[in-house]
Design a protein around this ligand. Structure first.
Ligand SMILES: [Cu+2]
Length: 123
């Protein structure tokens, strides 16, 4: 094989790799739906949190429906920074997490190893 061909294959692999990285870390933003005094959002847990950025309003009870469609041990627990919330998400089921965001700012949530990352933006 010629050197130029090898360089070509390597470049193609690099581009494919970057594409998957971009898919994994891109922001998928959504606003919680407000209805009847609560706001809620559904987060698909499969390879990542989708959406991984959720905008909510301060002072209104928030219900997050974590729909975990996998059994990878990585995503089993979700922890909310600064809220003392750590929850076991059952595989192929929806687990609700409810709290009222009391101050504006950002609340990060992650799996135990920090591979899956998301955040709540409180407005
Ligand atoms: Cu993990």
């Amino acid at each position: 094989m010629q050197t130029i061909q090898i360089i070509g294959y390597v470049l193609i692999l690099v581009v494919i790799g970057l594409f998957f990285l971009w898919l994994r870390f891109q922001r998928k933003q959504e606003r919680a739906l407000e209805q009847g005094g609560v706001q809620e959002a559904t987060i698909l847990v499969k390879g990542a949190y989708d959406p991984n950025v959720i905008t909510v309003k301060k002072g209104i009870p928030l219900v997050l429906h974590f729909n975990r469609q996998e059994d990878a041990s990585c995503s089993r627990f979700v922890t909310f920074e600064g809220l003392n919330i750590r929850k076991d998400l059952k595989s192929f089921a929806v687990t609700d997490i409810t709290f009222t965001p009391n101050k504006t700012g950002e609340i990060a949530f992650t799996c135990d190893m920090g591979m899956y990352q998301g955040k709540i933006i409180v407005e």
